[in-house]
Design a protein. Structure first.
Length: 241
């Protein structure tokens, strides 16, 4: 066999092998995503896909995933779309019932507020690599869970705390201090009487904050004034639920 033909055959075999590996990886990803989405829907939640939201999480106006309709009909839409947002709110799911959202590699938004999840769910959530928005307000999450949240350094928006929580379930000043690694935070909503003026120095270190809201906390007007000086570009507000 001529040497050139042998080379071409080798190149073809390598190309076929690479394509086969890529197809296998994509098939596995699509199957896993499909299973996670089904679990989210069965839990009473909903998802948004990459073709629905742009990189700034604004509506794109698209009505269907990319890719040829005939091919999507054969292999399924999950080969042409990735989940970027998950909403499971105001449903009574517990830690063991939280779908495996850590298997959604492009997840940017996760809202699980007003559920019964607690600290046990947070190590799983912290495995997400691109999360920017996290709502765990009105849940069973306590100070102990803040160490896991602090590992999600991509976060820009965080809602945390339970305004009517008993002391043993409240987010306190100690928990707020554990959030120090979240230097990219731009929006922070805090709730619960466990948050007091003692959190002001820690909160003043979040220099990228543009919105800080306290709901039913023990932060005083003096604390608000001190924060306004530390964070002159941040809108600091207090409100009741």
């Amino acid at each position: 066999m001529p040497q050139r033909l042998q080379f071409n055959l080798r190149a073809l075999l390598v190309a076929v092998t690479v394509i086969a590996i890529w197809l296998g990886i994509e098939a596995s990803r699509a199957r896993r995503q499909r299973a996670v989405v089904l679990a989210i829907q069965q839990a009473g939640g909903a998802v948004r896909y990459s073709w629905e939201l742009d990189d700034n999480d604004q509506e794109t106006g698209a009505t269907h995933p990319p890719g040829p309709p005939w091919l999507r009909q054969i292999v399924g839409d999950d080969y042409f779309q990735t989940v970027v947002a998950v909403f499971i709110v105001e449903v009574p799911i517990k830690d063991q019932e939280l779908p495996p959202v850590e298997y959604l590699p492009d997840l940017r938004t996760l809202a699980v507020g007003t559920t019964r999840i607690g600290n046990a769910s947070l190590p799983r959530i912290s495995r997400t690599k691109r999360l920017r928005f996290l709502d765990i307000g009105e849940t069973a999450v306590t100070d102990a869970g803040m160490r896991s949240i602090a590992q999600i350094t991509t976060l820009k928006i965080l809602w945390v705390g339970t305004w009517a929580a008993p002391p043993e379930r409240a987010i306190t000043d100690s928990g707020i201090r554990r959030l120090a690694p979240l230097v990219n935070l731009e929006v922070l909503h805090l709730a619960g009487r466990g948050v007091t003026d003692s959190s002001v120095p820690a909160l003043g270190n979040f220099k990228k904050l543009r919105e800080l809201r306290f709901t039913h906390t023990a932060v005083t007007n003096d604390g608000i004034e001190r924060l306004a000086k530390s964070l002159p570009k941040c809108e600091v507000t207090c409100g009741e639920p």
